[in-house]
Design a protein around this ligand. Structure first.
Ligand code: AMP
Length: 462
């Protein structure tokens, strides 16, 4: 962590005071290196993974530049997935808390078009969205980028991997040429270089070297001979270390579903996250995993991008990633913010080429360690601390987190500290409650009213 205070920057006083209340004491390395350039109006390419504080880096630059009195779209952030767009919009709103009347709008694919047009007619200062949907709005003329002065490409490598190149080019075509452009990417393949040459002006490169941090992430490698042994190795590691929250990465959607199904059959509370699932199921999975209603998430790299969990206890590579930088990005999801993380990777002879690439990259010799002994298979399977209750009412019904907390606690209810994360989406709300308290919680919700109404309520299992 860096030690520079935000106060050395000429940020608006209301932004500085808000950072203080948010507890952002000093800048993270990417903020320290990029913000001075961003604030000067320069184009910046930043190499930063999720967790580096990159959102606040471009978010603060954006809010400093914004003229709230001009109710026009001045900034646009493009993200690869809806989950990431939601997360970015949330962070920008948090940073903008002390600036009145700022309007941040998200526009993502997989959501109905009509309401988005309505929101756009009401106007906004900042748009956050996915390239395909933004492009559609731009072409239809429902989104006017004439007044845009800041364009941000977040996780640009993923957007290109997902085939968004033509959409990005098209959006840029509709944007003013004298805008400022910022690009963030975890990896730097040649295609990032090409796109930055096309759409940026004399960009400054900012690279944070902490993508692989030996001091906080302990990496362990285990050699297996076939898929059966691989599955057994996964069980052994989970049962030995009993991580409360862990992500198992797979290289294909098929593997992700298969491994998740196997783990479920062995009794692990496991969820699968990959692109073959409906958006609604993916949203629900992310909520249930991040509110601690499941211990294990089996995911593909693309689907896991929306995951924002600060305290993953372990990351397990079921297969070695196809690309070295993807490996580093995967394991960077554990051991965040200085806490110790565990990274386990399984490999077979067939993956020896990928292992040798990793050895070059990490500059060490990779030797397979001894797996926990077979007796470990009789260790008890860990149980999640929480269970998620789904309420069939959400923002549409004006339900707010406070209403749910109120409905759960009080007479015949459960205690406040038995309630975990509360997520309210458009049509549904999800509340995590302690497993031991969920029957009382269900009864209390079913017998009372929320916002004067009776909503359908159920505990999500399996
Ligand atoms: P990001 O890399 O943008 O996903 O940010 C990771 C997390 O770090 C987010 O939850 C931010 O709220 C938080 N964060 C960003 N900047 C700082 C800072 N300077 N000090 C403390 N927390 C921060």
């Amino acid at each position: 962590m860096s030690t520079s205070k935000f106060s050395i920057l000429a940020l608006k006083p209301e932004l500085l005071s808000n950072l203080e209340t948010l507890g952002y004491e000093s800048m993270t390395p990417i903020q320290e290196q990029s913000l001075p350039h961003i604030m000067k109006g320069m184009d910046v390419i930043g190499q930063g993974k999720t967790g580096s504080g990159k959102t606040a880096a471009f978010g603060l630059g954006m809010l400093e530049k914004l003229d709230v009195k001009r109710f026009r779209i001045q900034s646009l952030v493009l993200c690869p997935t809806r989950e990431l767009a939601d997360q970015v919009a949330k962070e920008i709103r948090k940073l903008a808390r002390t600036i009145h009347n700022i309007k941040v709008l998200t526009l993502c694919g997989g959501m109905p078009f009509g309401p988005q047009i309505g929101s756009l007619e009401h106007g906004a200062h900042i748009i956050v969205g996915t390239p395909g949907r933004i492009e559609e709005h731009v072409i239809k003329g429902t989104l006017n980028l004439e007044n845009l002065n800041l364009l941000v490409l977040d996780e640009a490598d993923r957007m290109l991997d997902m085939g968004f190149q033509p959409a990005l080019d098209n959006i840029v075509k509709y944007s003013p040429e004298d805008r400022q452009t910022l690009l963030f990417s975890a990896t730097f393949p040649n295609k990032i270089k090409y796109i930055s040459e096309r759409i940026m002006t004399k960009p400054i490169m900012v690279k944070v070297e902490s993508t692989h941090d030996e001091s906080t992430i302990a990496q362990h490698f285990y050699k297996v001979s076939d898929n059966e042994e691989r599955m057994q190795a996964l069980r052994l590691l989970l049962l030995e270390h009993q991580p409360e929250s862990s992500v198992v990465f797979c290289n294909t959607k098929k593997d992700a579903q298969l491994v998740a199904d196997k783990l479920v059959s062995y009794g692990f509370t496991t969820l699968a996250l990959h692109g073959d699932l409906e958006q609604r199921d993916r949203d629900q999975t992310l909520i249930r995993f991040s509110n601690k209603s499941a211990n294990v998430l089996v995911a593909t790299d693309v689907a896991a991008r929306g995951l924002d969990i600060a305290d993953l206890d372990a990351v397990i590579n079921f297969h070695i990633a196809l690309d070295t930088e993807v490996h580093v990005h995967r394991i960077g999801r554990t051991g965040r913010a200085g806490s110790k993380g565990l990274a386990f990777s399984l490999f077979s002879d067939k993956e020896s080429y990928k292992v040798s690439l990793l050895e070059d990259y990490l500059d060490t010799k990779i030797v397979g360690e001894q797996l926990p002994d077979m007796n470990t298979l009789s260790n008890p399977v860990m149980r999640p601390a929480m269970i998620t209750l789904q309420i069939d009412g959400g923002k549409r019904d004006k339900v707010r987190p406070g209403d749910l907390l109120g409905a759960l606690t009080g007479e015949n209810g459960i205690k406040g500290d038995q309630v975990g994360k509360i997520n309210v989406s458009q049509n549904f709300s999800y509340v995590a409650v302690k497993l031991a308290a969920h029957k009382v919680a269900l009864k209390k919700l079913e017998s009372g009213k929320i916002k004067g109404r009776n909503f359908r309520i159920r505990a999500i299992r399996g």
